[in-house]
Design a protein around this ligand. Sequence first.
Ligand code: UN1
Length: 537
Amino acid sequence: MTTSLQGPAVAHSGDSDTRGIDSQSRPGAEGQVRDNGPSRAGVPAFRNLIGGRWVDVADGPTFENRNPARWDEVLGVFPRSTAADVELAVASARRGFESWRNVPAPKRGEILRRSGDLLTARKDEIAERMTREMGKVLAETRGDVQEAIDTAYYAATEGRRLFSNTVPSELPRKWAMAFRRPVGVAAIVTPWNFPLAVPSWKIYPALLCGNAVVWKPAEETPETAAVFCEILLEAGVHPEAVNLVFGYGEEAGQPLVESPGIDVISFTGSTGVGREIGARAGRQLKGVSLELGGKNGQLVLDDADLELALEGVLWGAFGTTGQRCTATSRLLLQDGIHDGFLAELERRAAALRLGDGLDPRSQVGPIINEKQRHSIHGYVAVGREEGAELRLGGELPDAPDLAGGWFYPPTILAGVRPGMRVEQEEIFGPVLSVIRVRDFEEGVQVLNDTQYGLSSSVYTRDVARAFEAMERIEAGITYVNSPTIGAEAHLPFGGVKNTGNGHREGGWAPYTFFSEEKTVYVDYSGRLQKAQIDTHE
Ligand code: UN1
């Protein structure tokens, strides 16, 4: 629908019925929902956001967004974009970049601050919509929104800083300085487990630096993406600087990262896909930031506050139903406390309440979809074949109220030995592998012995041990006496080894990624001065 690319941006009417949805495609509108599935009565149709307008895709196919807690509930239909749609979005972003880059950075910061205010005002509503499409419990989706709010407010302050260096020149009457310029158009490709927080880590720094973005969110959580973009536009971001294309990785994500109109790429997701994107970006000499898998461990030493360590592992392993890059996937227990700790952990994990994330009594929501649940269940079988002992969970729940969703219970595999697949591979579900370790030395060695290095945790009362752990654990993040999850928006976030390619999100780091430094020398001596050749005795 190219006509809707023209004219001024109309992104948000203020009418809650039309949020993120083209008003003509509201429920009941004839001929707008072009999907061949069963009856779509009452199901809103969403569109791509290109140049400040919600537009149809070129070919017209759609995909459904469903509630993982009640799979028969279709929340919306979304366009299945292809390369042609991506190109429209990139063309829009190129135009948007030329305007947005000229808005002074402090002003860009003010606009992003306003988007933080709008997120704050709509926090509960967005959290509820997010729980419906992603599954995690309301307290956690509120946290997800809060993380984006924190990131917005942090971005606003960077608008008045965004510094580079001015340093002395080695020659007289000469200034030497550097300043930051935006890179251009950023491709943002994000996962479903943090539908708002993770995109905000990328989109806010990209916009604050003066770039335009084209965002391809995960197909599992598209509605949150629509709401976020609507808020960015309402706050006053240039309508062509924020573009949103829905769809699948191969059909929309791949043409996006390969588009010649894209200058820089930021991706969070699996290590396999990250490698692919990194290789393609490398051939095209595009900057690329990759946040990939994890196999995070919590090490509990004999001298630890065991109650604290228990609460920590319950939250780290089973919060978000284990679907975090930072989830605690391995628990390393020192010999002396192993048996007692495991028994108590089993007891408490068994008491966690599975259920629809919208129900305030629920503590553990569903898995995102059937494929993911199948994969998790498969890992439990692999662990048992490898000789691990299933101590809890490991079976599909049969309670009638859980039958309609992709629930999977907190699962504990004990007797796991280093090198087993369940000890090495990212499972991305509520499955905890428990490993017995002799002492601190063995604990650090086992913690480090994976291809990943995102988060880690050590529980001890010994301050020397804590510092040893901080030094020696090979991970981007180490927590002392707290679980592997819970990163704050203003500190670096990212991992070593196969968890990424060296970049960090959070805090200041992404502002250096989404900008390029320009160096300027100003010689006001009135004569040719030769660096490295003219010397001044
Ligand atoms: C992720 O799992 O991709 O530290 C991000 C945490 C959250 C972010 C997780 N603040 O667990």
